[in-house]
Ligand binder design. Structure first.
Ligand code: NDP
Length: 268
């Protein structure tokens, strides 16, 4: 019997998740199918109902449904509760279990694939949307102090207030970044989708710094800026995508795929 899974988003045609999970399934000998499903913007809950009725075992959730997925779950992991956003659903015993694997994916990519040690580093997180919220707690757990900069300062402030007890966190205006330096700058904005660069000053990177754009599939203006500004390592978010998928695969199938050959294949 072939178990069925899907990624749900809108739009979704661009998603690499079906290929990633197909490669994981081949590598680990799992009998499963994984497809991309576009839910209408007002039809996420109905799509989940349909998939459950058809016997799907779980799904991934992407933009713009991660907050709706959070609200729909019967049980939430602590990671999902901290992020208030869910990217992985498990349909089990008549219940919907939800978690968020984005933070785990980001840390795995940075530490394992890029070989960048996080402990005691200073990070700047650009953006205050779902992606930023999803990685903030894991960044604290990894021992980083985090500044959050966002175009709409209120959102960055709300995020910083929410996580205040968890670690050192400040909300900053882009204008206030002048003169500050960081070991790690993560672009968790969707600016790259529009070919735009957040208004960043010169001189943001400490020696040895990593510049990480969560977007993947193209050289973004943020990546070009980071190269010009002398960041030691510049990465897109493809490794994060593969690593968060591996974590979801592990939760569904109880077997951990080797991400390296899959990432290498996607890069070619
Ligand atoms: P949201 O729509 O929730 O948030 C978008 C954020 O980007 C907001 O903070 C917004 O600021 C900011 N923003 C948009 N345009 C600009 C701009 N031109 N300049 C400065 N800031 C801007 O999106 P998500 O948080 O869900 O996703 C963000 C990105 O992360 C996407 O590109 C997504 O593809 C990527 N991502 C990658 C993953 C991976 O596995 N690699 C996983 C998850 C996300 P404001 O509040 O002021 O509007």
């Amino acid at each position: 019997m072939t178990d069925r899974y899907a990624v749900i988003g809108n739009p979704i045609a661009h998603s690499k998740s079906p290929l990633i999970h197909q490669l994981f399934a081949e590598q680990t000998g799992q009998a499963m199918r994984y497809e991309a499903i576009e839910a209408p913007l007002d039809g996420f809950a109905a799509t989940i109902r349909r998939l459950r009725a058809e016997g799907y075992k779980g799904c991934n959730v992407t933009v713009p449904f991660k907050f709706e997925a959070y609200a729909l779950c019967d049980q939430l992991s602590s990671r999902a509760r901290e992020a208030k956003a869910v990217n992985t659903l498990i349909f089990r015993d008549g219940e919907i279990l939800g978690t968020n694997t984005d933070g785990t994916g980001l840390l795995a990519d940075i530490e394992k694939n890029l070989g960048f040690k996080l402990m005691w580093k200073d990070a700047l997180l650009l953006g205050a949307g779902g992606a930023a919220a999803g990685v903030l707690w894991p960044l604290f757990n990894a021992g980083l102090g985090v500044d959050i900069a966002n175009r709409t300062l209120d959102k960055a402030q709300a995020l910083a207030d929410e996580f205040k007890g968890a670690g050192t966190v400040y909300a900053r205006k882009y204008e206030d970044l002048t003169g500050r330096k960081y070991d790690l700058v993560i672009n968790a904005t969707s600016s790259g989708l529009k070919g735009e660069l957040p208004p960043l000053p010169d001189g943001l990177f400490k020696p040895g710094a990593l510049a990480y754009d969560m977007m993947y599939g193209r050289e973004t203006p943020f990546m070009a800026y980071a190269r010009k500004q002398g960041a030691a390592i510049v990465s897109d978010g493809l490794g994060m995508l593969v690593e968060q998928a591996a974590e979801a695969f592990y939760l569904w199938r109880d077997i951990r795929p080797d991400t390296r050959p899959v990432l290498a294949k996607l890069r070619t």
